[in-house]
Ligand binder design. Structure first.
Ligand code: GDP
Length: 295
């Protein structure tokens, strides 16, 4: 896992200092570890669960030396992050993917990267510019569509998002597209409107494209740490989220938020953004992520 240097430095330096700095596992050791995990943005809930689990195993296995419990800690974090097998159905089947996210998190860029990735797998991609609320979103998406060599439907500011999705479904069928990626709004200050809008879009999809596999991905800015977690919570109240994409993981020490999200919400982080170009999107794997943080 590349692109996680800062997160690694943040967590690893702290972890190393306690595994080497403490001669025995005592309360002080656990307190220090707790602080490191909280500072690493793993979230309060996940941190406590990890520590409880670790304490229990240390006791059961009569471990006395800090270094001897390092692997137990790694295993505990992995366990907390376990959300089962993460499916990437939209890479396998004819799919519609709704992408949600508030302004500035990197939603447009991420859709462009996803389109590029799918294109690279030999798939035909149609993009629906159904975030008609934000000025210039359509223009920006058009640039990415060009870069990813995907067809773009919609883009008129103020148009009805569900109507654009309707047109996009017709285009996707006519062009025998494999994946329809829909850029949809993310107005969390107006949850009711957002919920209604998503419902309307989903009704169109149920009616017009029942054969397509459906995903709803939420894009979150990884540099915002605990704010990203609360955004994820709020979105999960208005939509059936099937996955999360954490962006800007290249420039942040707050990557531990991936642990908090999976541990607290049970929603898989499916991809992470690690830069601004079309290739800077990586599949996320919890075990690889945790291993990368500790080795
Ligand atoms: P939107 O308002 O959510 O559609 O956000 P944009 O896609 O316009 O992205 C906002 C800014 O974040 C742009 O300058 C992007 O280049 C940048 N950005 C998006 N994803 C990443 C990422 O993974 N890493 C970095 N470093 N920058 C990113």
């Amino acid at each position: 896992v590349s692109g996680l240097t800062k997160t690694r430095e943040n967590i690893v330096s702290g972890i190393d200092s306690i595994f080497h700095g403490f001669s025995k596992i005592d309360e002080e050791f656990y307190e220090e570890l707790e602080e490191i995990l909280i500072m690493g943005d793993l979230g309060v809930k996940a941190t406590y669960a990890i520590l409880d689990d670790l304490r229990q195993k240390v006791k059961e296995q009569h471990i006395k030396e800090p270094l001897a419990c390092k692997q137990l800690l790694i295993d505990s974090i992995k366990e907390q992050m376990n959300v089962g097998e993460t499916a990437y159905e939209f890479e396998e089947k004819t799919s519609v993917v709704l992408v949600i996210g508030v302004n500035g998190v990197g939603k447009t860029t991420t859709i462009g990267k996803l389109a590029g990735k799918l294109k690279g797998q030999g798939k035909k991609v149609v993009l629906a510019a159904a975030d008609t609320f934000r000025a210039a979103a359509g223009e920006q998406l058009k640039e990415w569509a060009k870069r990813a060599d995907a067809d773009l439907i919609g883009g008129q500011e103020g148009a009805d998002p569900a109507a654009i999705v309707y047109d996009a479904v017709a285009a996707a069928k006519a062009r025998k597209a494999d994946v329809l990626l829909c850029d949809t709004a993310g107005r969390l200050h107006n949850k009711k409107n957002l919920m209604e809008e998503l419902k309307k879009i989903n009704r169109v999809l149920e009616r017009e494209y029942p054969e397509a596999f459906r995903e709803t991905l939420v894009v979150l800015d990884g540099t915002t740490g605990q704010n990203a977690l609360s955004q994820a919570k709020e979105f999960s109240e208005v939509a059936d989220i099937t996955g999360i994409i954490l962006t800007k993981m290249d420039g942040t020490a707050k990557g531990g938020i991936a642990v908090a999200i999976q541990a607290e919400l049970g929603i898989p982080v499916k991809y992470i953004g690690v830069g601004e170009t079309i290739d800077d999107l990586q599949k996320f794997d919890s075990d690889d992520f945790v291993n990368a943080l500790f080795t």
